[in-house]
Ligand binder design. Structure first.
Ligand code: SF4
Ligand code: SF4
Length: 152
């Protein structure tokens, strides 16, 4: 984990870049799907059918959120995340992801696309560990290639 103090500074400016304009691949675990289902008041299967797609990844398919026609996240509505309290772990832990925090130059590279990186309060070791652990434990749902019809 980087020792540079700047590597711990982060404050979301709510610019929305990480939720909009391009396919973001927000991968979902079973607990992400459960949380979204509770938040939306629908069944987990309906979350998958209505808001997700299966993305080919290394011989299997991983569950990801859909995008809208303009490539905004399916849950981006009226200037914000419409499921904020129920949002996936991948969104909750950004930008404290292993390859961003621990790889040489990862933090600096990511700062090019996130204006909140390198500004704001310096985050503690505990905060970093908590986020890295949460993401590492959040294993995306997968299925075999060729199964099911929801390949959007
Ligand atoms: S790109 Fe960074 S600053 Fe902008 S909304 Fe996402 S986390 Fe916040
Ligand atoms: S679920 Fe919410 S926080 Fe996550 S990418 Fe979509 S709009 Fe952004």
């Amino acid at each position: 984990m980087g020792n540079n103090g700047e590597q711990r500074r982060f404050f979301c400016t709510q610019c929305s870049r990480c939720c909009r304009f391009e396919e973001g691949y927000v991968f979902l675990s079973s607990s992400d799907v459960e949380r979204l289902a509770q938040h939306l008041g629908i069944l987990p299967g309906a979350v998958i059918d209505e808001y997700c797609r299966w993305v080919p990844m290394g011989g299997v398919q991983q569950l990801s959120l859909q995008e809208q026609v303009n490539r905004d996240c399916v849950f981006w509505q009226d200037g914000g995340c419409s499921v904020y309290e129920g949002r996936p772990v991948q969104c909750r832990t950004y930008p404290f992801w292993q390859h961003i925090v621990e790889e040489a130059g990862g933090w600096e590279r990511e700062a090019a696309s996130c204006p909140g990186i390198g500004v704001g309060p310096r985050r503690s070791d505990r905060f970093l560990r908590k986020n890295l652990r949460a993401r590492a434990r959040n294993i995306p749902l997968v299925r075999a290639n060729g199964s099911g019809e929801n390949n959007r």
